[in-house]
Write a protein that binds this ligand. Structure first.
Ligand SMILES: [Zn+2]
Ligand SMILES: [Zn+2]
Ligand SMILES: [Zn+2]
Length: 268
């Protein structure tokens, strides 16, 4: 697990040293950004250890931490890149020049370190850390290119331009993840309920009033009603329940089902 967040603390350490050494405002804003990164990614990786902790209040466990963590990662990436680009805009307006050699040096090391967490995708994908690491690597790569161009040509105006490019990329690549997280929080159904109901009714005609929602990316919950004759036995209902649970698991990936049986007269 340390493999995921340690590189981000190393990047922060390096940026701090270079900030003190250079006094560069861009470097200082990079340091703030990398501190946010390190904090959020450390939080995310510890949160992933807690998702299965259940108690009498958190009866589903803490799987929503995956969603919270994804949103926190998206927010950090976007806010971090906005801070950095504001600083570089300020530099352009004030006609100040930064120290491209130090910035390029920092970007090269940060880029190599930010590639480390990308090797394994399981936990890091669920918590949004993987996307975050990809976005950071990309930003550092653009940073290297910018630095090299400035050193070679002296075109300092490239810096704020590339910062704005980075912000746009961060926002665009975050939209999908953010939408997905908000959809889960708003209890949007991952399936089209009408389609699902008509498909299920082919096999179990009495099915109605279906709710489906996701707790996280791999925990899907459903509740539904089934209309029954009033003279069926509990044993028959049990058999039907097992059949429905199997159907929902195999076809719709639903792993937690609650079924309400009701007679025609009492249908709700
Ligand atoms: Zn989960
Ligand atoms: Zn309802
Ligand atoms: Zn009903």
């Amino acid at each position: 697990m340390k493999r995921y967040f340690l590189p981000f603390w190393l990047i922060f350490g390096l940026n701090s040293l270079l900030s003190i050494y250079s006094g560069s405002a861009t470097m200082i804003s990079e340091t703030v950004h990398s501190l946010l990164d390190a904090l959020v990614i450390t939080f995310s990786m510890y949160a992933m250890k807690l998702v299965n902790v259940k108690d009498s209040r958190f009866t589903y466990g803490l799987h929503r931490l995956e969603i919270v963590s994804s949103l926190a990662n998206v927010a950090t990436v976007v806010v971090g890149s906005i801070i950095v680009s504001l600083i570089s805009l300020l530099y352009l307006i004030e006609g100040m020049r930064d120290q491209p050699v130090i910035l390029t040096f920092a970007s090269v090391i940060a880029f190599s370190l930010s590639l480390l967490p990308l090797s394994k995708r399981d936990e890091t994908t669920r918590s949004g850390v993987w996307l975050h690491a990809v976005q950071d690597s990309l930003a550092y790569l653009i940073g290297i290119l910018t630095g090299v161009i400035i050193i070679a040509t002296g075109w300092y105006f490239i810096d704020p331009v590339s910062s704005l490019v980075i912000v746009s990329i961060m926002v665009l690549t975050s939209i999908k993840s953010m939408k997905g997280s908000l959809y889960v929080i708003m209890e949007g159904s991952p399936l089209d309920i009408e389609e699902m109901e008509s498909e299920l009714r082919k096999e179990i005609p009495g099915i109605h009033h279906i709710h489906v929602w996701d707790i996280c990316n791999h925990l899907r919950v459903a509740t539904l009603h089934v209309e029954e004759q009033s003279n069926v036995t509990l044993k028959e209902l049990d058999e039907k329940r097992v059949k429905i649970e199997k159907l929902l698991g195999e076809r719709f990936n639903i792993n937690h089902v609650t079924i309400q049986f009701e007679s025609e007269a009492e249908r709700s």
